[in-house]
Ligand binder design. Sequence first.
Ligand SMILES: NC(=O)c1ccc[n+]([C@@H]2O[C@H](COP(=O)([O-])OP(=O)(O)OC[C@H]3O[C@@H](n4cnc5c(N)ncnc54)[C@H](OP(=O)(O)O)[C@@H]3O)[C@@H](O)[C@H]2O)c1
Length: 269
Amino acid sequence: MKTVWVTGASSGLGLHTALALRDDGWQVIAGARSFDGIDRGDGIRRLPLDVTDGESVRRFCEQAAKIAPPDALVQCAGMLVLGSCEETDPEEFRRVMDTNFMGMVRMNREVLPRMRETGGGKIVMFSSVNGLMGIPFQSAYTASKHAIEGYAECLAMEAKPFGIQVMLVEPGDHRSGSDRYRPRARAMTGKSPYAAAYEAGTARIHRDESGGSDPDRLGRIIARRLDRKRIPFRLRIGTLKESLAVYIHRFGGARLNAAVVRQYYCGKK
Ligand SMILES: NC(=O)c1ccc[n+]([C@@H]2O[C@H](COP(=O)([O-])OP(=O)(O)OC[C@H]3O[C@@H](n4cnc5c(N)ncnc54)[C@H](OP(=O)(O)O)[C@@H]3O)[C@@H](O)[C@H]2O)c1
């Protein structure tokens, strides 16, 4: 039986991915801050993990390795702060970067030597459509996902000779995210000069997410891919509209892209 370690598996896409992998026959060892290590006997071993804390990452990896070394690592732990670039404070930026990007750096530093020792493995990193394009009032999140995209390209080239494959998952909006992990920046009050655009933009973000794609389907797609010998470097999972947005971003030029995206999120003004 193959073993997968999954981070951020207590809710949202991480949970759905862990369940799909379990149903597909993987031994799943899952990590999240809210896990207490008690075995619920449902085929998923849940261990406490805070990816922002190097000691917690080390402990998780040691405990998980005692159960079984990873054939695959799937990294879903993530959060965002909604706010304007001007008013999101450095501490809020740091928290998002530390969770989304540095969390993966910490996990990979622990897992890579283990995979090298066992002759290879698969590392899956949750990016986002925001890893490819910016969206107003999600600058910290967008920056963290762009960092993951660049880092993953380097990692894939370096790790290949050791039989380690890397895959970026780039989901569009899915009906899964919890509001707990999407706080507004402290300064985003009614007095903000960005208040009107911010309220319109975040209402759109919430609408798109609550009407988003099916998270079970995403879990099943990832499980199917991980079963294959070779995995793609990028796996985008979303709607036609989201693919079109990425296409406009890549080929439409900066001015057209900004006009379309701004209009979509903030209206005309
Ligand atoms: N939902 C979407 O539409 C969407 C779209 C594109 C990309 N994504 C990406 O998919 C991933 C999952 O997002 P989601 O929205 O589905 O899930 P979510 O409901 O927002 O859950 C976030 C998960 O991350 C864990 N987490 C947060 N901080 C952590 C930390 N410091 N250490 C360990 N775990 C931590 C949480 O568990 P604990 O609180 O228990 O630690 C939870 O399991 C994220 O990387 C997100 O960027 C989501």
